[in-house]
Design a protein around this ligand. Sequence first.
Ligand SMILES: Cc1ncc(COP(=O)(O)O)c(C=O)c1O
Length: 460
Amino acid sequence: MSTPEAIRTQILALVKEYHTAKFAPKTFDPDKDLVHYAGRVFDAEEIVNLVDAGLDFYLTANRYAERFEAEFAEYLGLSNALLVNSGSSANLVALTALTSPKLKDRRLKPGDEVITTACGFPTTLNPILQNQLVPVFVDVNLGDYTAIPERLCTAIGPKTKAVMMAHTMGVPFHLDTVTDLVKKHNLWLIEDNCDALGSTYTMKSGDMNRIRQNSVSCPQISPRLTGTFGHLSTFSFYPAHHITLGEGGCVATDDDDLARIARSIRDWGRDCYCAGGESNTCGKRFSQQFGTLPYGYDHKYVYSHIGYNLKVTDMQAAVGCAQLRKLDQFIARRKKNFRKLTEILKPYADRLILPRATESSDPSWFGYVITVKDQAGFTRNDLTTFLETNHIETRNLFSGNLLCHPAYQSIPHRISGDLTNTNFIMNNTFFIGVYPGIDDKRLNYIKAVFNRFMAGERVS
Ligand SMILES: Cc1ncc(COP(=O)(O)O)c(C=O)c1O
C-alpha cells in the first residue's frame, strides 16, 4: 500500500494538471468578457498549497500560517505580522489593541478623538465607533484622495489621541506631516494599508522621523514601505487586493508589546500567548495571580481583554504563501498599468482629474481613480454607465462620504473645517482596474471605449 506522503505527491501532481485543464488562459473577447476592476491572479501553486493544507487536515492556523506571518513580517521589515480573517478584522484588532488596560495611561478611552477621513471604506471608521471613540473627519485632496495635510494640523484638539487613516487606493498619505504631528502631540498612528501593499514613501528628514519607539534609527533618506511608519498597520487580502487569501488580513507592528495585545484581542482576549500545540510558553502556567481568580488559575484560560476570534485557517494562509512569492511582479504590473492608463487618458485631462501620487511617494496602485470635472459636459454616471455597458467594470471611491450613509446618520463625530472635496468625490469620482489581470489587449480595449465616449458616443 502507498504511504500517505506518496499519495499526497500524486494528488498534488494531479492538482497541477487540473489547474492547466481548468484555468488555461483564454483570449480576451470584449463582447463576452468583463474588464474587471480587480480580481485574483494565481497559477497552479496556489491550488497546490490549498490542497496540501487541506490534506494536512489541521484546519486551523498551522505551518502555512506560521510561514506566512514570518515571511510577511520579513517583507515589511517588522518584527510582528498577525494573520486575521479580513482587513476589517485587522482594523478592529489594531484599534482595539490601543484601548488595552496594559497600556496604562496611554490607552485610548471612550470619548478620545481619532483623526480619519469620511471618504473611505467603512471598516476603517467602524472600529473607532465600536470602541466608543470619536472620529474627527478631515477633507481630502482631489487627485490623490488622501487627507489634506494642513487640515490634519488644524484638526487636532485637546481630546485627540490617535490618527487612523487609509493610504487611499495605494496612495500614501502625507507621512512627513502625519508623523510630525504624531510625535509632537504624542498620538498613536494606525496606517490602514489595506489598499497599499508595496507602496513606498520617502521621508524628507530621513528615517530619523520614525515614531516607533524600539526601531533603530537609520539616517539615510530612502523609500520605505507604507505600513511600517505607524505603531500598527493593517492589510487586506480580499481578492480585490494586491495579494489574496480569499478572505484574510494582517496586523503588523514592530512593537512586541502591542503585538502581544493584538494577538490577545484576535484570540478570544486570552492572556496566554502559547502557539498552537504548546502549553507553557510563559513557564508560569499555574503560578500567577490574575484579577480575582484563585492563585495559579490555568493561564490558558485567563482573559485580559474583551476579545474576539478573528483567526484564519491554514488553507487561507497556504494560498497566501504562494501569492506572496508573486507580490513583486504584481506590484510591477500595477505600476505599469497605471502608467499606460495615464498615457491613454492624458488627452482628456481637460475633463477628467487623473490620479496622482502624493509628493515623496511611489504608490503600488489599487485602482485608477478618475474624477469628472464640473464643466466636463457629462456626469460621472454618464461615463460609468458607458463603461459598464461596454463591459468595463467601474467602482465608486468606496463610500464617497460615509456620513451620508444610513448607518452613520447619528454617530458622534467632529468635522474639522468642511468636507467639500469629499462630497465632490461622492458625486464625481470612480475607479477602474489596474490589477495584474489587465493585459495590453484589455488596455487597448479600454482606450478604444474611452475614445468613443469622449468623441460623444453615449448609451442610448
Ligand atoms: C482601505 C480599506 N480598509 C479596509 C478594508 C476591509 O478589508 P476586508 O474586505 O478584507 O475586510 C478595505 C476593503 O477593501 C479597504 O479598502
